[in-house]
Design a protein around this ligand. Structure first.
Ligand code: BEZ
Length: 228
């Protein structure tokens, strides 16, 4: 039986010759249970909340430390939006504990979100977090934005050497929540408070109606914005 790349990893026939693949936007986020710095947690424990689930390459490394300080800074903001934060690396829970304690000692920052200790790589492989071309031992910098129904809504990837932009992660959560609440799109560089994109018409008749209605926010039949 051949590997069918369209199937989620868990449904592939041959798990040994068929490599895990990255969960795609619109798919159910793969379920897991794992040891974390807050005890054993399951993905299901986050049902009903938005979740930013991210991997970092390794504890006690400089770029990752800058990221943890930055994740700690956005943690309260995300929670106000009903969004939890969960980290992961291929390190032991003891390493995670020692690192977050050291971050607090050196930088005075409390890391209050849980971190998966994925020494077995089970969760990293389920989410395709390992990029063997980049590193055989460290997870790359992935971000999965998972909605309250546990559907993957966005995926971001960064290489080992580049720290992520926290403003963009918060902006992404805002954009997805705005889309869900108002059935609109969000333009490039959108920020909360900016005008949003009215979905383009999908029939000639609807396009004609859009042109007839006109208005300053409709530049053309397919390009209309509005305030919320
Ligand atoms: C870092 O966080 O500094 C780092 C981690 C793994 C590879 C390269 C850099």
């Amino acid at each position: 039986m051949k590997c069918d790349p369209r199937l989620p990893t868990k449904d592939r026939m041959d798990q040994t010759t068929c490599p895990p693949r990255i969960p795609r936007i619109g798919e159910q986020a793969p379920a897991f249970e794992a040891e974390t710095t807050h005890g054993v947690l399951r993905l299901e424990d986050f049902k009903g909340s938005w979740l930013v689930f991210f991997s970092h390459p390794a504890d006690f490394t400089p770029v990752c430390t800058t990221e943890f300080l930055a994740f700690a800074e956005i943690h309260a903001t995300l929670r106000e939006k009903g969004c939890e934060l969960l980290g992961l690396s291929i390190d032991s829970v003891f390493s995670h504990i020692a690192w977050v304690r050291r971050i607090e000692e050196v930088f005075g920052a409390k890391i209050e979100f849980p971190i998966v200790a994925d020494l077995s790589r089970k969760v990293a492989e389920l989410y395709g977090m390992l990029m063997p071309g980049e590193s055989g031992t460290e997870a790359s910098r992935s971000v999965f934005v998972i909605d309250p129904a546990q559907v993957v809504r966005a995926v971001i990837w960064y290489p080992l050497t580049t720290g992520r932009n926290m403003d963009e992660i918060v902006r992404l959560v805002d954009a997805l929540q705005t889309t869900d609440a108002h059935k609109v799109g969000t333009p490039a560089n959108w920020r909360p408070g900016d005008k949003v994109i009215v979905p383009a018409p999908r029939t000639q008749e609807a396009a004609q109606e859009r042109v007839a209605a006109g208005g300053p926010d409709c530049v053309d039949w397919f390009y209309c914005k509005r305030s919320l």
